[in-house]
Design a binder for this molecule. Structure first.
Ligand SMILES: [Zn+2]
Length: 393
């Protein structure tokens, strides 16, 4: 039997919460059973129960009007409501991504991998229809994942974007994946390189070919990889922006009668422009390094048959270049982000203000800069030392 009921709106998560229907009914002293059958509000109508063919339903009827809900219930009982199958929804999603001219490799390897995983799990667990995939069902699927934290988090993002697509196509009323929890990002906070570590890394970059058992794009183009190290260290750009770096766009400006190299770029993460002055010798290294192709200095061309999106290239740079380079140099945990940290901390150690670092790093708010770099502000360190030293005398 199918039953129509109102799913009362829950209070907001704000502090203090804004009372909505559910909270108000509780405040009036209604029991859970009474709340379950309470109808004199305008909360969304849902249906629950088994239809005459033995199929279980529990979903929103996309209405708050009782008469509309009754009509919808009759159509469900008569088997007139077309239900979308999970496999066809996944196929439609992948097809839509391809129509939007997303890169085929990304659609296959990233979206396709997530689609295959969900398709396989649903087949095994006996789920056919999209409306059956509620949050608690998805939780069981996620529970079987054995990914590293970063991959796990990005899989949840992908899952959310698939269900968001389903909501937009009006196959679902709300996104069941929005209730999934993400594991805490367990990446350790990074630290800048010491001057000694920095020297070792840049000198190892000149001997990268001494690690012959490493293959791939960067082993074949060590000069280009070395130029990327200089970009990371001397512009402070995020890796995601650094791989899109275009040496042809380095401009020369005359400041106080001296020519200065500068580079302006649109930040992928925030969409804001950031402007980076580049030291002369660094600009020379960047400009003279061989480009990977005419279209891009640091992204390989499609014809090489390797991933060409910024994210994959930057991940590949970590595994096939920074990792081996760290071993060669004897420096541990060499991540692209540490060059950005080093860039920021060297400026602060030289007595430059936090606001300058904020501008150069392209942080929208000074709070972000504070959070990561406040301990390195020279004047603050000195003030702390004076305070402490006055007690030691
Ligand atoms: Zn209500």
């Amino acid at each position: 039997m199918l039953t129509i009921y109102r799913r009362h709106l829950e209070d907001t998560k704000a502090n203090p919460p804004v009372l909505r229907c559910l909270g108000k009914l509780k405040a009036r002293g209604l029991s859970t059973a009474e709340i379950g059958v309470y109808r004199r509000c305008s909360c969304p109508l849902w249906i629950m129960g088994t239809d005459p063919r033995g199929e279980y339903h529990r979903r929103s009827l996309s209405t708050t009007t009782w008469a509309t809900a009754e009509g919808e219930k009759q159509r469900i009982e008569a088997g007139e409501v077309a239900r979308v199958e999970i496999v066809s929804a996944l196929d439609a999603w992948l097809a839509a991504l391809r129509s939007a001219k997303r890169k085929e490799r990304t659609v296959t390897q990233v979206h396709g991998a997530m689609a295959n995983s969900l398709r396989q799990w649903c087949a095994d667990a006996g789920y056919t229809h999209l409306d059956k995939l509620e949050t608690d069902v998805l939780d069981k699927w996620v529970n079987g994942w054995k990914y590293a934290t970063t991959t796990h988090r990005s899989r949840i993002d992908l899952t959310r974007s698939f269900f968001k697509f389903c909501v937009k196509r009006k196959w679902l009323d709300d996104n069941p994946a929005s209730g999934l929890l993400k594991p805490v990002n367990d990446q350790e906070p990074t630290l800048p390189f010491t001057q000694d570590e920095e020297d070792k890394l840049f000198s190892a970059a000149l001997r990268f070919h001494e690690r012959p058992h490493f293959d791939g794009v960067w082993a074949k183009h060590p000069e280009t990889a070395r130029a990327m190290l200089y970009i990371l260290r001397w512009t402070g750009l995020r890796a995601s922006d650094a791989f899109a770096f275009e040496p042809r766009r380095i401009t020369t400006q005359i400041v106080d009668g001296t020519p200065v190299n500068a580079y302006a770029t649109h930040q992928g993460k925030t969409g804001d422009w950031v402007f980076c002055p580049v030291p002369p010798d660094v600009a020379e290294i960047i400009k003279s390094a061989p480009r990977l192709c005419d279209a891009s200095a640091f992204l390989p061309p499609d014809s090489w048959g390797v991933a060409t999106d910024v994210r994959s290239v930057s991940n590949g740079f970590y595994t096939t270049y920074l990792g081996p380079l760290g071993i060669l140099a004897g420096v541990s945990r060499v991540h692209a982000h540490r060059f950005r940290d080093t860039f920021a901390v060297r400026l602060l150690a030289a007595g430059k203000p936090l606001e300058l670092v904020q501008t150069l790093l392209g942080h929208k708010s000074i709070q972000t800069t504070e959070k990561y770099y406040a301990p390195w502000v020279k004047s603050r360190q000195e003030a702390l030392i004076r305070d402490m030293a006055s007690m030691w005398r």
